[in-house]
Ligand binder design. Structure first.
Ligand code: HXC
Ligand code: NAP
Length: 266
């Protein structure tokens, strides 16, 4: 039977929880769902930032709430997930996108620097999924882990992020295996270089480095937060009902380039 396209993208009343949702790509994802009727819970460390972001979604007419929690703290993130479920019901769409990044050669990276990024990106993703499990709609929930091209392509000055995001993609695959029986799908969305974001400002802070990035993207340009959100909408919709355990680049073909010199010379 042909799905009705309008219904497929109607998220009215659905609960979307975004970990790391107070800015950038993740907030754009939350906003895209909010515009399609979802009730959106945002979580991040800073109470001020996350509350301001939630207020922005409420200004659009959506039901939205902010929760302050560090994904490195399993109890704190579980409490946020539980609080959101109490307010908005079982979680229909779970986005795990909290992340940290800085450019540093391995020799300039302390053990704590490496551990910090792995703790936020990888352990944080596990904490979010593990903490959410009891609150997910079963069957029916869709989980999207926000990964990065560094999960696939070894990238100079990004040992911490490469290791962490490769682990995130493996959590995606194992999650899809273990939770498929409960009707829960788990996928990774892999943004390419997205303009106007904290991540890109950190990794390509100069005009020369920005040009080096776009020169290495087959489509020849940066992506937009909306283009990542669009993929998340599709993956969370009935149009993607048979997609699970997938690692999906939304990167203009950037990851085709293999080992990346992103950090070289910056
Ligand atoms: C070397 C650094 C460093 C740098 C921090 N550290 N910045 N080392 N070069 N530029 C080291 C510190 O010296 C310290 O080690 C350790 O990292 C922890 O630093 P803290 O500041 O104490 O950590 P914390 O307050 O927890 O902050 C985490 C953070 C921070 C990751 C360092 O930058 C942050 O909160 N970032 C969140 C926002 C963010 O990064 N967004 C971009 C995501 S984009 P020592 O040994 O001194 O104790 C992304 C992918 C983009 O993820 C992909 C693009 C293609
Ligand atoms: P961003 O604006 O810095 O977003 C990161 C979010 O995570 C913020 O809301 C931040 O809020 C939150 N956060 C950070 N550490 C946290 C922690 N320990 N616990 C809870 N929340 C935490 O970054 P972005 O550039 O838009 O990136 C968003 C996602 O896309 C990340 O997963 C990133 O790896 C991925 N990505 C980005 C790009 C890009 O071009 N930007 C490319 C590939 C992949 P608080 O500071 O309030 O905690």
């Amino acid at each position: 039977m042909k799905p009705n396209l309008a219904d497929a993208f109607d998220f009215s009343g659905k609960h979307v929880f975004v970990a790391g949702g107070s800015s950038g790509i993740n907030l754009a994802i939350g906003e895209a769902f909010a515009r399609l009727g979802a009730r959106v819970a945002l979580a991040s460390r800073s109470p001020e930032r996350v509350e301001a972001a939630a207020a922005g979604l409420r200004d659009l007419g959506a039901e939205a709430a902010g929760f302050s929690a560090d994904v490195r703290d399993p109890e704190a993130i579980r409490a946020a997930l539980g609080g959101a479920a109490e307010r908005f019901g079982p979680i229909d769409v779970l986005i795990s996108g909290a992340a940290g990044n800085f450019l540093a050669p391995a020799t300039g990276m302390s053990a704590n620097g490496f551990r910090t990024v792995v703790d936020i990106d990888l352990n944080g993703t596990f904490n979010v999924l593990r903490g959410a499990h009891e609150f997910l709609r079963k069957p029916g929930a869709a989980i999207l882990n926000i990964s990065a091209p560094q999960s696939i392509n070894p990238t100079a000055f990004q040992a911490h992020v490469c290791a962490a995001k490769a682990g995130v993609d493996m959590v995606t695959r194992v999650g899809a295996l273990e939770w498929g029986g409960a009707g829960v799908r788990v996928n990774s969305v892999v943004p390419g270089p997205i303009d106007g974001t904290e991540g890109m400002d950190r990794l390509a802070p100069t005009e020369a480095s920005r040009k080096a990035v776009t020169d290495s993207v087959p489509l020849g340009r940066f992506g937009t937060p909306q283009e990542i959100a669009d993929c998340c909408l599709w993956l969370s919709s009935p149009m993607a009902a048979y997609v699970s355990g997938a690692i999906i680049p939304v990167d203009g073909g950037w990851s085709l380039g293999g080992a990346s010199s992103l950090g070289k010379g910056f």
